[in-house]
Design a protein around this ligand. Structure first.
Ligand SMILES: [Zn+2]
Length: 513
């Protein structure tokens, strides 16, 4: 059926071509004009229109039935019911990538990047997560889990996504976080027990480690100190390409560090599993102070498994610094962004670290290794893909916001200058909850820069960090203007995102960009 011939001409001119989707005898499409976005359905007769959509019937050409529906939550739900690939579902062990989107405008660009990568020579399947937002980001962006999901659904529909989707309820810390995201229809639940990780255990004296281990919540862990020793101390674990011997001392230290976190993850898992919805779980301890050793990873994963927790991916805290929106920085003791040990040495250390974690994930799972703060870590992607043989998950969040700022720097320099000035003011306070190393003296004197020089700020690490971690302040003050500008320049935003994300995704699809 030709949708364009059946529509009233004013609507036909405004159809977003990529969105045109056949559904039985009917056709769906997004219409976009000065009145905003609407969903239209056209069918040979009214009976052939799917019943679940809410809209105004209109007469189409030649007796065709047309329904014009507002872009709202009810019709997003109808869209997911009619096009099941848009309904979030567990994605399993396929390599995957999650794209956070703080503004709700980035999904069409993300979809374009997935399409482009899938068409590259040698590309392997790469599963997509377009809706992904932490409760912390929701608080800062003033959005609900349902709004995040709906924006991703509309974006995927607009851009003609035909693959499956997951939806990542990221960095969940409590059972009420879980409930809110289950109600909204999420499928991928990232448990963050970071607040229960005792990083001081890395350097505590042996007596203190003994005391901490004895004081663990043994009832919740369904175990005892004697059990722990019997189960792990002195064991040699076969990891396929290597063996790792667990010394009694490092077992106790691992328990002191991660024992409370294990109990917390187990409680979150049982709560989620009791809700009777399809789900998959990621466990992340990436936002903790000190790296997860290989022995600690073995203890952590073995204990979770003993308690019946099943997970599809795990994000240890790897060695070195994973700062927001810039490439890998290596070990803070041997390097700094202002100079220091070579990037090559830092990457060698990370390569060895990843190889061990990947061997554990194969031997105790298999499960995917997850790369959090994965935005712009271009030097890390080939390493994690090689170590895991592609059994990996990439998680990016803030880089789509930064790419939005890149668009503004090009086309709305006055707005960009206002955002940048605010970022300079707010950075000292806003950096508190992030791992960043930019200092305000890294911030250039904007007043002395020409407009044409502004986009290049987005090429430099330290300005990127300052702009990245102040996104909450920027949205609080300029959110309306930022979104309106990116809607005006949505085509450019999608193009900028596409080229930026192809560089993120191609390594995980094992394709050459
Ligand atoms: Zn994370």
């Amino acid at each position: 059926m030709n949708l364009y011939q059946s529509l009233p001409s004013d609507l036909a001119d405004s159809v977003v071509p990529a969105s045109v989707t056949p559904l039985g005898a009917a056709v769906l499409a997004l219409v976009r004009d000065s009145a905003g976005d609407r969903l239209i359905l056209a069918a040979p007769n009214a009976e052939a229109l799917p019943a679940s959509f809410h809209g105004e019937p209109q007469a189409g050409a030649g007796g065709m039935a047309v329904l014009v529906c507002p872009r709202n939550a009810a019709n997003a739900a109808a869209l997911c019911a009619a096009l099941p690939n848009l309904r979030p579902e567990p994605l399993g062990l396929t390599a995957s990538a999650g794209c956070g989107d703080r503004l709700g405008l980035a999904t069409p660009g993300h979809v374009r990047a997935f399409h482009t990568v899938a068409a590259l020579p040698g590309a392997q399947p790469l599963a997509a997560i377009f809706a992904q937002q932490s409760i912390r980001e929701n608080a800062r962006t003033g959005r609900t889990p349902a709004e995040v999901l709906d924006d991703a659904t509309w974006g995927a529909f607009e851009a003609g996504w035909r693959g499956a989707v997951g939806a990542d309820a990221d960095h969940l810390k409590t059972t009420s976080d879980i409930d809110a995201c289950v109600a909204a229809g999420y499928s991928f639940f990232t448990f963050d027990p970071g607040a229960h990780v005792d990083s001081a255990a890395d350097s505590d004296a042996p007596a203190e480690i003994e005391r901490k281990a004895a004081a663990l919540p043994w009832t919740e862990l369904e175990s005892s100190l004697a059990d722990l020793r019997a189960r792990y101390a002195g064991q040699s674990v076969d990891l396929g390409d290597r063996r790792l011997r667990l010394e009694a001392e490092s077992v106790l230290r691992a328990a002191a560090k991660y024992g409370h976190a294990i109990a917390h993850v187990s409680a979150l898992y049982r709560h989620l599993a009791g809700l009777g919805v399809p789900f998959e779980v990621e466990v992340s301890v990436d936002e903790t102070e000190t790296p997860t050793t290989h022995a600690e990873h073995i203890y952590f994963a073995s204990e979770l498994r003993r308690l019946g927790v099943q997970w599809v991916s795990l994000a240890p805290r790897y060695v070195g610094r994973f700062e927001k929106g810039i490439d890998y920085l290596g070990d803070p003791s041997t390097s700094s962004p202002h100079g220091g040990a070579s990037q090559g040495q830092a990457l060698d250390a990370l390569r060895a670290d990843l190889a061990g974690h990947a061997a554990i994930a194969r031997a105790l799972g298999p499960y995917k290794l997850s790369l959090h703060s994965g935005s712009d870590k271009f030097s890390v992607y080939p390493l994690i893909v090689a170590a895991t043989d592609g059994c990996a998950h990439l998680k990016t969040a803030g880089t789509s916001y930064l790419e939005g700022l890149r668009v503004l720097a090009r086309v709305e320099p006055a707005l960009f200058r206002a955002i940048a000035a605010l970022a300079g003011e707010r950075y000292p306070a806003d950096r508190a909850t992030y791992h960043v190393s930019a200092e305000l003296n890294d911030w250039p004197a904007l007043a002395q820069m020409d407009d044409a020089e502004l986009p290049a700020l987005l090429e430099r690490d330290m300005p990127r960090e300052i702009l990245h971690v102040t996104f909450g302040s920027a949205l609080a003050q300029f959110g309306g203007e930022i979104k309106a500008a990116l809607v005006r320049y949505r085509q450019l935003y999608a193009e900028v995102l596409e080229s930026h994300f192809v560089r993120h995704l191609a390594p995980f699809a094992r394709a050459a960009p």
